[in-house]
Write a new protein. Structure first.
Length: 402
């Protein structure tokens, strides 16, 4: 796509800028970058914006419906730009979104939180469309920005788009988990892909006093929280700032869970059966509920799966990721107690219920009251203060590059 072929003077883009400014997301120091860099320049002809009404990604093709394409480009919605690591061509959605253009409000919130200054060197992990790398290069100069992407095709496309608008950061094909030593050390590392453990290389490649800003989450669910870590020597320490949901770094995707394999190892008929007075409303408190994030911090190597409600019944499953332990709690409308089944070496429901009680005993703290300490040897989570009885987290197994 060339600049000449793009509709540049669009009222909808101006509306987006006003929305970002009025909401406080687009700070004055980043406003010139937003004005100079049109999101539409970094988007493919066929893309899949998220339809908030349908709660699904829907295909939009610029050649077939230019008005809808531009409307999506100028909306504060995430847009999938690749499915299934590039093996799916469309036109409908694929199975797993693997590259995207983040919501503009998220992009400029992260850039604001990064707190960059002239002359700083930045590593951008997860090039994607190239828009974030372009914004950093516009602000800091291309010579100070390195962007790394594991997918060669995605990287090449982004490189071409950046060159078209005259921006030339260092564009690298590689595993972002390893960072990029050649242009280190960095004053800032920004990841726009989710991680489950902070890579030791990121800490080693960041200057003392530098910052790592990344979406971080556990294996319990796909929910992440942004964490802003300050690097001091061989560790990085900081607090969680807000709930987010990002595609995971390929090296950090969780293991696949096959329900049938768990029930084959421990069938329902042989499971231990009890009841609980914990209610559906207490456990399932919304898509970005702080509780779900906290349960992941307290119950290691466990995946939760919430099924759809049918005929007034909703099962919630828990799967042990280090063994074949499983648990299921069945909530039924109008019943005070829910039935619980547990099988395997661990009693996963007991662990979840204990984590819930601990959370309540601490005053039901929001995720922003928690923080993370990352070292070469492991990760530790704490409430309120790094010295306040931090507990270790099981680091997920490092997956090889797909």
């Amino acid at each position: 796509m060339t600049t000449d072929a793009l509709r540049t003077d669009r009222p909808s883009r101006k509306d987006l800028g006003r929305f970002l400014s009025n909401s406080g997301v687009l700070s004055s120091d980043w406003a010139p970058t937003f004005a100079a860099l049109d999101r539409a320049l970094f988007l493919p002809g066929l893309m899949w914006p998220y339809d908030m009404g349908a709660r699904a990604s829907v295909p939009v093709h610029r050649e077939h419906n230019a008005d809808a394409w531009y409307e999506a480009a100028d909306s504060d919605v995430p847009i999938v730009t690749q499915w299934d690591d590039g093996t799916h061509d469309g036109p409908g959605p694929g199975a797993l979104p693997t590259s995207s253009s983040s919501m503009p409000s998220v992009v400029y919130s992260l850039l604001h939180d990064l707190d960059v200054e002239e002359g700083m060197r930045v590593l951008d992990v997860g090039t994607g469309t190239g828009e974030t790398a372009g914004a950093l290069a516009h602000r800091l100069g291309g010579e100070n920005v390195t962007t790394i992407e594991v997918d060669p095709s995605v990287s090449a496309t982004a490189h071409g788009r950046l060159s078209q608008v005259g921006l030339r950061p260092h564009v690298v094909v590689g595993d972002g988990f390893k960072g990029h030593r050649d242009t280190a050390p960095y004053d800032r590392i920004l990841a726009t892909v989710g991680i489950r453990s902070v890579p030791p290389n990121w800490i080693a490649q960041t200057r003392a006093g530098g910052v790592i800003l990344a979406p971080w989450g556990t294996l319990y669910s796909n929910l992440d929280a942004m964490v802003r870590l300050k690097v001091t020597g061989d560790e990085a320490v900081g607090s969680f700032t807000r709930s987010v949901e990002f595609m995971k770094l390929r090296a950090q995707r969780g293991p696949e869970v096959h329900h049938s394999g768990y029930l084959s190892a421990g069938p329902l008929e042989g499971a231990e059966r009890t009841t609980t007075d914990l209610t559906e409303e207490e456990l399932i408190a919304g898509r970005f509920a702080d509780l779900q994030f906290v349960l992941g911090l307290r119950v290691p190597q466990c995946r939760q799966s919430v099924a759809d409600k049918r005929d007034g019944q909703r099962p919630v499953w828990f799967y042990g990721l280090a063994d074949r332990s499983w648990a299921c709690v069945m909530f039924r409308d109008g019943e005070r107690h829910a039935s619980v089944w547990q099988s395997g070496p661990r009693r996963l429901w007991d662990e979840v219920a204990a984590a819930y009680r601990w959370w309540r005993s601490q005053g039901s703290p929001e995720l922003t009251r928690f923080g993370l300490t990352a070292t070469e040897s492991g990760q530790y989570v704490w409430l309120e203060d790094p010295a306040n009885e931090p507990w270790p987290l099981d680091q997920p197994t490092r997956r090889s590059r797909a």
